[in-house]
Design a protein around this ligand. Structure first.
Ligand SMILES: CC(C)(COP(=O)(O)OP(=O)(O)OC[C@H]1O[C@@H](n2cnc3c(N)ncnc32)[C@H](O)[C@@H]1OP(=O)(O)O)[C@@H](O)C(=O)NCCC(=O)NCCS
Length: 194
C-alpha cells in the first residue's frame, strides 16, 4: 500500500530504513510516549522490527513508513490496526521534524484510506494523558474524547505506568473536518515556503 501527499510518501517498510528508524524512535522523547518501543533502541531492534513489518501479511494491520520526499528519508511511522471490530491509529514523528505539520499531513491520507478505502465506521486512539502534543493533534483532527482509562498502559521505554485518554472519530465527523485540516496544512506549507 502506498499513499502520497504534497510532502510525504506513506509506503511499505524497507530493510534499509533501519538508520532512520533508530534516529526517530531511538529518541526517548518519542519512545516514552509509546507502549511497545524499548529504550535504548539500536540497529538490531530496528532490523528485527522492520523484518516483522515486512513479513506481516495480515490485512488487519496497516503500517506506513512516512518518507519525506525532499530528503528521501523516513521521518515517522503511522499505523491502523483493526482488532475485534475496533480500528485504532497511532504514530510517531522524528523529533527533528516536529511542529511542521507532517503528522497532520500523514493522518489526512491515513484517515481517508481508513474511511474511504477500508470503509471503516470509526477509528479510535489511546494516548497517555501527559502527552500534550498527541492529545492536541487528535482534537485538531476532530477526534472526540470518550473517556480516560486509569493505569492502563506501561511504556516499555521508561517502565512508567500511564493513565490514557481514549479518543474516537466517526466517518461522518472526518468527512466534515477534512477540508479544514487540508486548508490548515496548505497555509502552513505556504508560510514555510515564504
Ligand atoms: C504527536 C506527534 C506525532 C505530533 O507530530 P508533529 O508532526 O509534530 O505534529 P504536527 O506538526 O502535524 O502538529 C499537528 C497539531 O498537533 C498539535 N501539537 C503538536 N505538537 C504539539 C505540542 N508540542 N504542544 C501542543 N500541541 C501540539 C497542534 O494542534 C498541532 O497543530 P498546530 O501546529 O497547527 O498548532 C509527535 O509529537 C510525536 O511523535 N510525539 C512522540 C510520539 C507520540 O506521542 N506518538 C503518539 C502516541 S499515540
Amino acid at each position: 500500500m502506498r499513499l502520497e501527499t504534497k510532502r510525504l510518501i506513506l509506503r511499505k517498510p524497507r530493510k534499509e530504513d533501519w538508520e532512520d528508524i533508530v534516529e526517530g524512535v531511538g529518541n526517548l522523547e518519542v519512545s516514552r510516549n509509546l507502549a511497545v518501543v524499548p529504550y535504548p533502541y539500536d540497529k538490531k531492534e530496528a532490523m528485527k522490527w522492520i523484518a516483522k513489518c515486512i513479513r506481516e501479511k495480515k490485512t488487519n494491520n496497516y503500517i506506513f513508513f512516512i518518507e519525506l520526499k525532499s530528503e528521501e528519508k523516513v521521518i515517522g511511522v503511522t499505523q491502523i490496526h483493526i482488532m475485534e471490530g475496533v480500528a485504532t491509529t497511532a504514530s510517531w514523528i522524528n523529533k527533528k521534524y516536529w511542529r511542521k505539520g507532517y503528522s497532520l499531513e500523514s493522518k489526512v491520507s491515513v484517515l481517508d484510506f481508513a474511511f474511504k478505502k477500508l470503509k471503516l465506521r470509526k477509528i479510535e486512539s489511546k494516548v497517555f494523558v501527559e502527552n500534550i502534543a498527541s492529545n492536541e493533534m487528535l482534537k485538531k483532527l476532530g477526534f472526540k474524547h470518550e473517556g480516560t482509562k486509569r493505569q492502563t498502559v506501561i511504556s516499555k521505554a521508561t517502565g512508567k505506568i500511564h493513565d490514557a485518554n481514549i479518543y474516537g472519530l466517526l466517518r461522518e465527523e472526518w468527512l466534515q473536518r477534512r477540508s479544514a485540516i487540508i486548508e490548515a496544512i496548505n497555509r502552513l506549507i505556504n508560510k514555510q515556503q515564504r
